[in-house]
Design a protein around this ligand. Structure first.
Ligand SMILES: C[S@@+](CC[C@H](N)C(=O)[O-])C[C@H]1O[C@@H](n2cnc3c(N)ncnc32)[C@H](O)[C@@H]1O
Length: 212
């Protein structure tokens, strides 16, 4: 089922970069994966735009969305770079801080109770995590170092039948950075995943065994 109108409205009102068609594909994946009854994990909270969709699907299934971010922004969100938003700088410390906006977004969407927000670096959170996940959504740092660490840190926790979702997969270098694409290829080449859907730059893969 598509997200409820109030969830879609909250998604569209939230700061972030994900277009609607990718959001609908992410929500469909989250809805399916939530059926496993396991938590849904996101790397890259930013201001909560995509978290809203994971949280709504988790709420419907009685599970939880877990989202990890240090909230200091990725490389391309720093001052002087293409995706910088000056309104997100904490003047007191002179660094980006997306946590307050994320919390407001989640509160306004009525989804706070369905989300566990981890504030810190993704590899550290992954190293401390100890239970199976129904979905892993990789949308954190887009360098090879970060995307690879996210894949290696979180995919071992993905349950059989769980979904791996990767954002900003650009086969053509003219369209964007290649690190998420390389992680996507690595997942396919591992033989452990089959592709479920392609929506613009959002790829959904299922961890075997393949569902009937
Ligand atoms: C592209 S944004 C996420 C967008 C969000 N998923 C959405 O659709 O609205 C990437 C986020 O990843 C975070 N990030 C980058 N590298 C990280 C790391 N190693 N650990 C935790 N968070 C990281 C940044 O702070 C940034 O907020």
């Amino acid at each position: 089922m598509p997200p409820k109108p109030e969830i879609l409205a909250a998604f569209e009102a939230a700061k972030g970069f994900m277009p609607l068609d990718e959001g609908l594909a992410l929500h469909a994946a989250a809805e399916e994966a939530a059926g496993l009854g396991l938590p849904l994990l996101e790397v890259g909270t930013y201001c909560g735009r995509s978290t809203i969709l994971l949280a709504a699907a988790a709420r419907e299934a009685g599970t939880t969305a877990v989202t990890v971010d240090h909230h200091r922004g990725s490389e391309e969100q720093q001052p002087g770079w293409e995706y910088h938003d000056a309104s997100l700088v904490d003047e007191a410390v002179g660094r980006m801080d997306t946590l307050p906006v994320f919390r407001r977004t989640l509160h306004q969407a009525g989804l706070e109770e369905h989300v566990l927000a981890l504030v810190g670096r993704s590899p550290l959170a992954a190293s401390l995590w100890g239970r199976p996940l129904g979905l892993v959504f990789i949308d954190g740092g887009h360098t090879d170092e970060h995307a690879t660490a996210d894949y290696e840190g979180w995919v071992p926790h993905l349950a059989p039948g769980g979904l791996l979702v990767i954002h900003d997969v650009f086969p053509d270098p003219a369209d964007g950075g290649q690190a998420p694409y390389r992680v996507y290829l690595r997942a396919l080449e591992s033989g452990e995943f089959t592709e479920v859907s392609v929506t613009r730059s959002l790829r959904v893969l299922r961890r075997g065994p393949v569902a009937a």
